[in-house]
Design a protein around this ligand. Structure first.
Ligand code: 8Y7
Length: 276
């Protein structure tokens, strides 16, 4: 299956790596208000050289407890970077945003995929995404980033995430988004306990049964930190294990920080998948 991302093809016939490019000031060490586009472009170029086939550009931190960012601020962070990347790189550029104004400006600058942790639930997002016509990734989240980790609760996490995503797909299709332009994501860490996250990974095939490509993001997340009792910088090998499991259980795209290592892991998964 090949996804058309604003003219750039994303071939999903084997599991692919999406490289994370945060352009939030707190994610870079210089402490400035903006990340220099040249620095961001260099990092993206490196990720593509390491085998990333899509770059996800985000200007608002969605980590638990993170503060909201104004539209103008988010736009000023991501648009120049997306414009530079889209002009230079052969791979599609994804915009990680929930705000319709940012979606519009990002796609005008060359973004070919919308990655929305709110699954187009903010006012105006569904309509704008339908109008823009680029593929969208719909992610499940219980609650909102500020408070989602306070008391996540489900009776049956797999069934509830699956039902949410199935309903969201129908709402998107009704709004005019083509079904073949929708990706789904269980939203690891977004309003989920460790047990919820592990169940969702184990039962990923139940989400794959919805028939749309899956995207998963577990890179360096607390589910890895909790199992391994490891700080952020000690989560690489655990992240590779869950990336490989995610791909084996059906994920088409794995969203990660550590591109080269994950590309190798997924190439091994693809080799096993292709075996007799
Ligand atoms: C995810 C994501 C983040 C994820 C998708 C982090 C923006 C937190 N996580 N998007 N974004 N899926 N689709 O630790 O799991 O990377 S931000």
């Amino acid at each position: 299956m090949i996804l058309d991302c604003a003219g750039k093809p994303l071939d999903l016939s084997v599991p692919r790596v999406m490289g994370i490019l945060n352009v939030t000031p707190d994610s870079f060490s210089d402490g400035g208000r903006f990340v220099a586009p040249a620095v961001a472009v260099a990092r993206a170029r490196q990720m593509v050289a390491e085998g990333a086939t899509v770059i996800d550009v985000g200007g608002e931190s969605t980590r638990p407890g993170a503060a909201a960012v104004a539209v103008e601020e988010e736009m000023a962070r991501v648009v120049p970077v997306i414009a530079a990347l889209a002009a230079e790189l052969p791979v599609p550029i994804s915009v990680d945003t929930s705000k319709p104004e940012v979606m519009r400006a990002a796609v005008a600058a060359g973004a070919g995929l919308i990655n929305d942790v709110y699954a187009l639930r903010l006012p105006g997002a569904l309509e704008v995404a339908a109008e823009l016509g680029v593929p969208v990734c719909l992610m499940h989240m219980q609650g909102e980033p500020r408070s989602m980790q306070q008391a996540p609760h489900y009776v049956d996490v797999v069934a509830e995430v699956r039902a949410f995503l199935a309903r969201r797909v129908e709402e998107c299709v009704t709004a005019g988004i083509r079904r073949d332009r929708i990706l789904l994501d269980p939203g690891f860490g977004f309003g989920k306990t460790l047990a919820h996250n592990l169940s969702l990974l184990k039962h990923l095939p139940a989400l794959q049964a919805l028939g749309l490509p899956l995207l998963v993001g577990m890179s360096r997340k607390s589910m890895v930190g909790a199992v391994l009792e490891a700080p952020l910088e000690g989560r690489l090998y655990g992240s590779l294990a869950v990336a490989a499991l995610g791909a084996w259980f059906g994920a088409a795209i794995v969203r990660v920080h550590d591109v080269k290592a994950t590309v190798d892991a997924l190439r091994m998964v693809a080799a096993v998948q292709a075996a007799e």
